[in-house]
Design a protein around this ligand. Structure first.
Ligand SMILES: Nc1ncnc2c1ncn2[C@@H]1O[C@H](COP(=O)(O)OP(=O)(O)OP(=O)(O)O)[C@@H](O)[C@H]1O
Length: 254
């Protein structure tokens, strides 16, 4: 489980996020919704252990990520994958890009020799690469050059690369904000597939309807911290917090 307890973060004098608490278990999808600039990316970076919060605790299975030494923190970080808003693929084929996920897999270096053999030979394509591409519906694009993909396809390859990495937790930052409905649907199916594999998924999105479609639980980030975190149905149909209710109903406009 990743757990944030009472996390506050300030880049400058003013805190961006204040007193935020949230957990994600293996095999569940947690949505973080809120307007632009409210700190969703900041929270994801804190969950990915890229960023140390100014205050509060970040734990992976009870281990305080900023209480352990650098090497241990790196080991914890390897258990978490992240997909950014913009797909960032390098030159080369789709298969090569996804193979990169294999190389940095968390089980490295235990399975190093076996992995290295399959990656270096790379023909035939390692099964894990094909499997990951299957999840996003791109197995038939294995040999296509990454720079010839559409934006939606590129984002799906980024997702496949993160899956090939076999993370225990997968953090998605606005994964479909630039995509058409078809690609959005395919990413949402891939999110469900990741959950079915037992991965704990966090989706930060300004599209509350996306959270309603994909998440088991939702945290509503408004202003400083979460106004409410709860089961998706409760948040959308019977929220207890007045600001949550206004945000969901569209009365609270940012
Ligand atoms: N590295 C940084 N240095 C200083 N301020 C930052 C930094 N990163 C983010 N901020 C500020 O923190 C606030 C929250 O940004 P963040 O990107 O976390 O929000 P967000 O909810 O993800 O927004 P969006 O949906 O627009 O990406 C913004 O006011 C932003 O300008």
């Amino acid at each position: 489980m990743i757990r944030l307890s009472n996390v506050t973060h300030s880049y400058d004098a003013e805190p961006v996020v204040e007193g935020a608490s949230l957990s994600v278990e293996p095999g569940e999808v947690v949505g973080i919704i809120g307007p632009s600039g409210v700190g969703k990316t900041t929270l994801l970076r804190i969950m990915a252990l890229f960023l140390e919060p100014s205050e509060g605790e970040v734990e992976l299975d009870g281990e305080g990520a900023w209480r352990v030494d650098e090497a241990e923190r790196l080991a914890l970080r390897r258990r978490v994958g992240m997909v950014f808003q913009e797909a960032s693929l390098f030159d080369g084929t789709v298969a090569r890009n996804v193979e990169y996920g294999l190389r940095v897999r968390r089980s490295w270096p235990e399975r190093a020799r076996e992995q290295l053999r399959s990656v270096v030979r790379s023909s035939p394509t390692p099964p894990a690469v094909e499997e990951a591409l299957d999840v996003v519906g791109l197995r038939d694009k294995l040999d296509q050059e990454a720079d010839s993909l559409s934006g939606g396809e590129a984002q799906r390859v980024s997702f496949a690369r993160a899956l090939a990495y076999e993370p225990e937790f997968l953090l998605l930052d606005e994964p479909t904000s630039d995509l058409d409905p078809r690609n959005t649907g395919l990413i949402e199916e891939a999110i469900a597939a990741a959950r079915d594999r037992g991965i704990g998924v966090v989706v930060a999105t300004h599209d509350m309807h996306q959270a309603e479609r994909v998440a088991d639980r939702v945290g509503v980030l408004l202003g400083d911290g979460f106004t409410e975190v709860g089961p998706t149905e409760t948040i959308f149909e019977d929220p207890t917090d007045e600001r949550t209710r206004k945000f969901i109903s569209g009365e609270l406009v940012y």
